[in-house]
Design a protein around this ligand. Structure first.
Ligand code: ADP
Ligand code: ZN
Length: 522
């Protein structure tokens, strides 16, 4: 802006000088003419020099190093806090418990005088912990939005530097700015990057950064309304000092949404999208078990993209189903070159998973497909019928059996083992290992095993894990053999039409008398 005014002034003076020259030239006054040319030249040189200096200063290549650092610091430490976030609790679906907890904090920021008069201190630090994509950042920015505070959003990794003292300086600058712009909310995502236990990996730079953060958390005085929110996926890694009262002493677990919350999140993310009248968000919530808020926002977006690609005016249930599949199973591979022999193996393998799933009916088989996606040649999408927080031993065994269904079907039909079951075996082993070491569901007893004990008992643990997997495999194989006609039916339809959804699978198996597998034998 300033530069433009200077430029206009310069042009005006230039035009004025030229017109003076012209008048003098017309009036034949030579000595005044020379003096005016001289002044004009002097004027032009001074202005050129002035402009050159302005340009030099704004060119990052020549600017002084501190200017660069300050700019970098500004970018790193804030997302222009002068723009207050307009996200409010309305944009955050579900998470009711966390929102209820935060109401008090919000009141404190909004009416800080009331609390200060009573001598109450603002809660200083809040820690959100839980899996990624569950809305921790969103919730933090909603706190800033609700209180019309400046929002400073950073990530712990931005403070991890090679040179001692740089990270600590960044922390200092961040808090200085937040105090200046108070009321403000500082959000530090992945706080474990700077706040992990100090004895784990002694690192001078990291220690200094963490110390600086502790100093800043202790150093607020009561008339500065600055709230610090940290977020981590690994609460267990954090240094005790960070969790002490007066620092990050309020912990809130932000987990994956349940069916009701998934429904609300999907509503938030489809509010401005033209949905076909037949789309039922409740059903979509059922089909997206285990997905985080970020996944669900992706599903809504992906469905809209698919609808555009198909030149559809509205987003239909099929678009949503395709989007869910894309997110669960990965990108569909165009023109895959799978040998017919391999296609047959994959078909029986996936049919094995699907049939055992049906025989145990623990989870709902939503789709079975041999269309290559991502790195897999085929997949079965299972979803539990309801949100589950506790699983019994039988249910865990059922899960292992469904996982082993693919390998058992391959052995039964082709009498071979293939590399296709690698991931299945990994998953089955991990589950069996948890049953032995964490849940006390094996002959090794009820004791929950510590890492040191796991190392010393590795032989016994191995044989207990093996025993579980082998007995699950034997029962699975026996039942696939018993229902080999049904297995054949599913596999042949897969070879023909490549994918079957839940109702097609039910239709296919409607005449087969399937009897639920009894688990006593395992
Ligand atoms: P986190 O910080 O826990 O990793 P984010 O807050 O960055 O997760 O969430 C990523 C995106 O997922 C958000 O921008 C939002 O679009 C969506 N999202 C996650 N949780 C929710 C929720 N509870 N309500 C609405 N959208 C959500
Ligand atoms: Zn498999």
């Amino acid at each position: 802006m300033k530069k433009r005014i200077v430029f206009i002034l310069f042009c005006a003076s230039f035009v004025f000088s030229l017109s003076t020259l012209y008048i003098l030239y017309l009036s034949n006054n030579l000595s005044s003419l020379f003096s005016s040319v001289y002044h004009l030249l002097l004027f032009a040189t001074t202005f050129s020099l002035f402009f050159y200096l302005i340009k030099l200063n704004s060119n990052p290549q020549y600017a002084h190093a501190t200017i660069i650092t300050e700019k970098k610091e500004k970018n790193k430490n804030s997302n222009d806090p002068s723009i207050k976030p307009i996200i409010t609790f309305e944009n955050v679906a579900g998470l009711d418990e966390a929102k209820d907890e935060l109401v008090e904090v919000i009141d404190f920021i909004k009416q800080s005088e009331k609390y200060k008069k009573m001598g109450a201190k603002i809660p200083r630090g809040i820690l959100f912990h839980g899996p990624p994509g569950t809305g921790k950042t969103l919730l933090a920015s909603a706190v800033a939005g609700e209180t019309k505070s400046a929002f400073f959003s950073t990530s712990g990794s931005e403070f991890v530097e090679k040179y001692v003292g740089v990270g600590a300086k960044r922390i200092r600058t961040l808090f200085e700015k937040a105090k200046k712009d108070s009321p403000s909310v500082i959000f530090i995502d992945e706080i474990d990057a700077i706040g992990s236990k100090r004895h784990l990996d002694s690192n001078n730079e990291k220690d200094q950064t963490l110390n600086q953060l502790l100093v800043e958390l202790d150093g607020f005085n009561t008339d500065q309304t600055v709230l610090v929110i940290g977020a981590t996926n690994r609460l267990d890694l954090l240094d005790e000092a960070l969790l002490r009262p007066g620092r990050f002493d309020r912990h809130m677990y932000i987990g994956n949404p349940n069916t009701k919350a998934r429904e609300e999140i999907l509503k938030v993310h489809t509010i401005n999208k033209p949905l076909h009248g037949s789309v039922k968000i409740v059903d979509l919530a059922q089909k997206t078990h285990g997905m985080s808020g970020a996944h669900l926002s992706n599903v809504a977006n992906e469905a809209a993209i698919i609808a555009v690609r198909e030149n559809s005016l509205t987003i239909t249930t099929i678009h949503f189903e395709q989007a869910i599949e894309r997110i669960v199973a990965g990108l569909k591979i165009k023109n895959p070159t799978v040998l017919l022999k391999e296609k047959r193996i994959v078909s029986y393998h996936e049919a094995g998973h699907a049939l055992v799933g049906k025989l145990l009916s623990t989870d709902m088989v939503q789709k079975v497909s041999i269309i290559p996606r991502g790195q897999s040649l085929g997949y079965v999408i299972h979803m539990p019928q309801a949100d589950r927080y506790i699983l019994t031993k039988d249910e865990l065994l059922s899960k292992i059996m469904v996982i082993l269904g693919g390998r058992a079907a391959e052995e039964l039909i082709f009498n071979h083992f293939s590399t296709g079951a690698k991931d299945d075996l990994k998953k089955a082993t991990a589950l069996a290992m948890q049953m032995v070491c964490d849940y006390g569901m094996s002959d090794l007893g009820f004791v929950c095993q510590e890492p040191a004990i796991i190392r010393s008992l590795s032989c016994e643990i191995n044989s207990a894990v093996n025993k579980i997997i082998e007995s699950c495999y034997t029962v699975t194989y026996k039942h696939l053999k018993k229902y080999s006609d049904s297995l054949e039916k599913i596999a042949l339809s897969l070879i023909e039409q490549e994918a079957l959804n839940a109702s097609e699978l039910d239709e296919l198996l409607k005449d087969c008398e399937l009897k639920k597998i009894e688990l006593e034998a395992v």
